[in-house]
Ligand binder design. Structure first.
Ligand code: NAD
Length: 503
């Protein structure tokens, strides 16, 4: 249930300034811990998107010509500003998303690391050169900006996921148009102010708020050259197909159902710590959350005992509160959806060991809370196994052996992250080699790569062929050009209609 307090009306950020013109539709932004509506967010239509993209295209032409030195000055200044404002930014995230402050600060930090990677723009844009590919002929590669890049991002990491994209896009000389989640858009507008303060020219970073209408306008706009999307699998597939059909390069990261396999030789305390942290952190609203634990052989009972002990010690409440481990879900609609999955798990015969559905938080009765929930005896074919729940629900599947466990993981349509808990190096190596997922943890439950590696899943967790940030992000944000050159040399004279070969 949502109640109204004094609400702010948000805006877009176009041409280096707040822009409130022309919106007829608005959405509501709520504070997740209380359910109160705190802001109205304008939903851009095709005209507003067109204005934003035209401004970005004009800015891209000039920014693409800027020197590496000019870009790195802006990036270093932006890095300092994000760092200086990290607590303010985290507080905005906690208010709208609901995750606890320490978690929001962690999100800001992981975004900042991408900015730091992008600060090395001189290094990351270095091409390669081969002198003397033929007599007196040299070849080298240039990486040039793509032009206007759009980013469409989910609610669950409102500052970090956009930062997987825009610092690198901008370092590579592109203009970037962000369409953040309509559920927690405020932090993106603050980031836009900080880019401006860092000296970024107007139009190089733009924010258009909105929903499907704004997304469709970006996906079909002739001046948008590339699209990075992060969100759920059905929308990722749609964005990939629609953007590609309109001639854009597209990378679209989708949903997940991350498995952690626990072998009987594992350190059970470490495994239980990892599963509880990765299962319930951010109330399970992480694309790298562990949502399935596969307990192999006879380890299920001791593992479940340790998990339950840890769940009993978790404090759920307003993310701004001291000592709170887990906050609310992002919206009442999402809370109700997660509760329905728990109902379905019970109806389909899974064993409900911990039930979070009845939890209330005193003084925060309007908040979107659902407590940590744990199921045992879960099997493929049950909705709680087959579908992404994206809430604080950890399901345990029992497997007789490692081959049965890896077959289960690999049969799952998602392939974002996967982890194994074991002290057996051979088993860990086999898992690394065998598993069909893009990011693998060995005794690490949430193997989110650092900014200088790339992030991305396999199968239904990513459409497109390039992962995000790190070296693959640079590849996505640039177009390669290979130059072959020679200077007047008498030995090159003479007409020759044969296909050129090196001599
Ligand atoms: P979502 O797919 O509902 O929304 C993502 C973005 O798409 C938002 O900006 C939204 O406005 C837009 N959108 C929504 N419906 C649309 C439609 N019909 N047409 C066009 N655009 C539309 O995702 P969400 O609920 O905001 O975020 C949670 C999902 O994101 C989960 O599935 C999670 O696994 C996934 N996620 C994946 C990663 C990853 O790296 N693979 C990272 C974070 C989140």
């Amino acid at each position: 249930m949502s109640t109204h307090v004094d609400t702010a009306t948000l805006h877009h950020w176009i041409d280096g300034a707040p822009d409130a013109a022309g919106s007829e539709r608005f959405g509501e932004v709520t504070e997740s811990a209380t359910g109160q509506v705190t802001a109205r967010v304008p939903f851009a239509g095709a005209q507003t998107v067109d204005r934003a993209v035209r401004s970005a295209a004009a800015a891209a032409a000039a920014w693409g010509q800027s020197s590496i030195s000019q870009r790195s000055k802006v990036l270093f200044a932006f890095r300092e500003l994000i760092h200086a404002h990290r607590e303010e930014l985290a507080a905005i995230v906690t208010r709208e998303h609901g995750k606890v402050l320490a978690d929001a600060l962690g999100e800001v930090q992981r975004g900042l690391e991408v900015v730091e990677f992008a600060c090395g723009v001189g290094e990351i844009l270095k091409g390669d050169m081969t002198p003397g590919v033929s007599r007196g002929v040299d070849s080298y590669t240039l990486r040039q900006p793509v032009g206007v890049m759009a980013g469409i991002t989910p609610f669950n990491f409102p500052i970090m996921v956009p930062m997987w994209m825009h610092p690198i896009a901008i370092a590579c000389g592109n203009a970037f148009v962000l369409k953040p989640s309509e559920q927690d858009p405020s932090v993106s507008l603050r980031v836009a102010e900080l880019w401006a303060q860092a000296g970024l020219p107007d139009g190089v970073f733009t924010v258009v708020n909105g929903d499907k209408e704004a997304v469709d306008a970006l996906l079909t706009h002739p001046q948008v050259d590339a699209v990075s999307f992060v969100g759920s699998t059905p929308i990722a597939r749609y964005v990939h197909e629609t953007g590609s059909a309109h001639g854009k390069r597209v990378q679209a990261l989708g949903g997940a159902k991350n498995h952690a396999v626990v072998l009987p030789d594992a350190d059970m305390e470490l495994a239980a710590d990892g599963l509880v942290s990765a299962g319930y952190g951010s109330a399970g609203q992480r694309c790298m959350a562990v949502s399935v634990a596969v307990a192999v052989g006879d380890c299920a009972d001791p593992l479940l005992e340790q998990i339950q002990e840890r769940i009993a010690a978790l404090k759920v409440g307003d993310g701004t509160g001291a000592g709170v481990d887990m906050g609310p879900l992002v919206s009442e609609r999402h809370r109700a959806r997660v509760a329905e999955y728990v109902d379905a798990g019970v109806a389909e015969g899974a064993k409900l060991l911990v039930d979070g559905r009845t939890l209330t938080v005193e003084g925060r009765e309007g908040g979107h809370f659902l407590g940590p929930t744990l199921f045992d005896d879960v099997r493929p074919g049950m909705r709680i196994y087959d579908e992404e729940i994206f809430g604080p629900v950890l399901v345990v599947v029992r497997a007789e052996s490692y081959p049965e466990a890896i077959a289960l993981v690999n049969a799952n349509p998602f392939g974002n992250g996967a982890a194994i808990f074991t002290n057996d190096g051979g088993a860990a190596r086999a898992f690394e080699q065998d598993v069909t997922a893009g990011m693998v943890g060995v005794n690490v439950p949430i193997p989110v790569p650092m900014a200088y590696h790339s992030f991305g899943g396999w199968k239904a967790s990513l459409f497109g062929d390039v992962h995000i940030h790190g070296p693959e992000g640079v590849r996505f944000c640039t177009r390669a050009k290979v130059v072959t050159r020679r200077w007047a040399d008498p030995s090159h004279r003479g007409v020759d209609l044969g296909f050129p070969t090196a001599g």
